[in-house]
Design a protein around this ligand. Sequence first.
Ligand SMILES: Cc1cc2nc3c(=O)[nH]c(=O)nc-3n(C[C@H](O)[C@H](O)[C@H](O)COP(=O)(O)OP(=O)(O)OC[C@H]3O[C@@H](n4cnc5c(N)ncnc54)[C@H](O)[C@@H]3O)c2cc1C
Length: 365
Amino acid sequence: MSTRHPSYWDKDVEPAPPSGELAKEVDVLIIGAGFMGRWLAYFLRGRDVQVVERDGFGYGASSRNAGFLTCGQISEMLSDVASAGFDRVIDTFLERRQGIAIARREFPELEVDPCGSFDYDPITEQGRELMGRLNAAADERVYSLKQATLGGRSRETYFNAADGGVHPVQLMRELQRATPDARFAFGVNALTVARGEAELDIAGRRVCIRYNRAFICTNAFAPELFGSSEVVPGRGQVIVTSPVATDTTRALGYLNQGYDYFRFVDGRLLIGGGRNRFPAETGTSELRPTAHVKQWLEQQAEVVLGHRDWTTEYHWAGVMGFPCGGHLGGSPRRKVDPQTEVVAGFGGMGVALTPLYAQRIAAEM
Ligand SMILES: Cc1cc2nc3c(=O)[nH]c(=O)nc-3n(C[C@H](O)[C@H](O)[C@H](O)COP(=O)(O)OP(=O)(O)OC[C@H]3O[C@@H](n4cnc5c(N)ncnc54)[C@H](O)[C@@H]3O)c2cc1C
């Protein structure tokens, strides 16, 4: 693998050394130790579970995202309504709420910044209607209109009271800590996984392992194992500034239909996005950040903060997986054969959705 670029979250992670011997046979084999693989191992506690991860910790989207624990924002959902319809958008909103509730219930001690989220796109009639429908579906006033300040200007925004921010690597660590009976093996690259047998590469050594059930939780990298996985990679990039002074509302924030998003972490601005601006930079699973997107994010940071009195201290890329290439393009679950399933492609929603999918799969077994 090429140079490893740290994120703000995983900069202090000590990658585990490559694994030694693995059992020749396991009940459940999980490929990939991102949120999906870790939540699944967590819900399969008590079974014979082997997780294999090619990195020394997890090197995909889970340790490199923005850490928004969100059930969705209005402007992005409005464009989803246009492509997928109201029912699909409302179902996904409810699924995200369920996933968040599971994460909060299973890890009540997890630090969550309960700041809510503000969507700074213009308020429209369609937006008001969608807020009403979502609140009715949730049977709770999740969305309302509220004043917020952006770059020195106060304005009315769509406000989501239920949203918050997490430290994604803290959650990944908690998940592994709470799953002591699952075996995690790092530095193990799965080469083939099908019909009860997987071929693995451990530091240049080829080994085979037999399994009853396997779950391929490799997200944007799923096409490397299954060309026909239907998951399309979408690289996202993020910067984190030096500590900043600003009167901008210190909560989760969305701009440009949610393509750009920000929050405040340790007194710094974290801002990500630019995927719609630079389509040629996104359709890759390469975890290398690029100068064009950095420049765009710095311009957006100036809009958010209202000044340029800061420097960029971190810049990284992470890769989302989109089922059939779309935000709500299809299901992340796909059966490969009776024993093998791909569970990959949560787009920009995996922090909220993976606990729900893992719980469902565990309940079916
Ligand atoms: C920049 C960015 C910002 C985001 N912000 C948010 C957000 O704020 N809120 C939200 O809900 N979602 C967000 N997301 C999406 C979210 O991070 C993902 O949906 C989620 O992390 C997906 O988890 P996963 O376990 O499916 O995949 P990943 O975390 O990508 O895990 C896949 C793992 O599989 C491993 N792997 C791959 N191939 C192999 C192989 N052959 N053998 C062994 N191991 C392998 C990889 O090393 C990796 O660790 C964001 C994503 C990005 C990129």
